[in-house]
Design a protein. Sequence first.
Length: 458
Amino acid sequence: MSRLVQIRSSLRPDGKHEPIVPADVSGRFTRARRVVFFVLIWIYAALPWVHIGGHPAVFLDLETRHFYLFGGIFDARDVWMMTFLLTGLVFTLLVVTALLGRAWCGWACPQTVFVDGVYRRIERLFQGSREVHRRRDAGPWTASRILRKIGTHAGYAIVSLLLANVAISYFVSLPRLFQMMQRSPAEHAEAFGVMAVFAGLLYFDLGWFREQFCVVMCPYGRLQSVLLDQDSLVIGYDEKRGEPRGKLHAEGAGDCVDCNRCVAVCPTGIDIRNGLQLDCIACTACVDACDEIMDRTKRPRGLVRYDSQRGLGGGKTRLLRPRLALYALLLAAGGGAAAFAFSRHADIEAVLTRLPGAPFSVDGDQVQNSFELLVTNKRSHAMPLRVEGEAPAGAQFILPQGSVTLAPLEQMHRPLFVRVPRGATGTAAEVRLRVLDDHGSVVARATAPFLSPPPVAP
Ligand code: SF4
Ligand code: SF4
């Protein structure tokens, strides 16, 4: 099993946080990550604008309590499906982590995407390079320092407000959001309060807390030591090749010239040469930084690289291994269950529930059961629907207004009385209804037991 050590690099011995200013870095992974961040940020901002089937691609409508997901419409009765979705995500994360280590943290986690892709760039714009920034911060409070701090924090605040409004647009429709923006906050104090608190949290977390969130708070980060094994892909330092570290051309020295570039660029402030660490978010900055040094010193790249711990130790990485097979099996089982659950999700839903009171009533030779029929149209267009009784055979179905056109997301509640001649059914009969569209196709069914008194003894 892998061993992760924790070296709290951004915490001073007195427990205070030491703000980290990573040095600039360029290289193939840095460029690739910028492209990924750009795409992910655009997806995040664009999803409420993209409409599928007349509704935003991802939208949790708090007013009507409906959830729109890529053309599907879900309501409170579909919450059970979230179990499958969440377990599917957990199993996916297990497999991805066992295979690719903390790839999620370095490439796709919103914390990393927004800190590295937006907030650090604002900081770089106003404060300059690491050297200039640190030198200025160590000096007196000059006008330039004050103005640059104001510029940086104003930038953070504006972006935090923008991101918070984008987040709100996942819960409040865009026309309504624009309407709210043009009015006084007092007219929608609740929504404004939520937005302001969220913007404040973003400002605090992405502008200041940053890597501490990954190190101290993120539960996924804490699970790394049990999820990773010797064959998981990690970012590591090739100790055999690099040690003993020393000056370029020093006799007996390894390939590491001890330039500290890998430490200077690290956003969590750790030294990758100390081994695999909990604080490493696999951001690849040290890989690009060291490759640049290897290029300059005319040595092969990859002293710091993506590899497994077994590979870094000189062994051969095994792709197929029991742990991965187990995770893959769990993922397949979870995926199968999720696919089954989603395939059962109906966009026209019919539910038959027994009305409170006596389970049946006897009127002469007729036994009557009373129900409430609920039909929901979860399609994005109006649906003309007709309800027909199928069973028990010979039953009389008394349903006021059996044909109706339901608007999108409209529900129909109707009392339904089913009458059957006494003795015509056993005690375990079933009421079956079908809902048909205007083409006569069955779009939903509903069933409920039909209860009768015990047969009269001869
Ligand atoms: S960047 Fe490479 S050469 Fe420089 S200290 Fe780090 S591992 Fe050694
Ligand atoms: S050690 Fe390297 S990969 Fe890990 S967080 Fe620091 S710079 Fe990123």
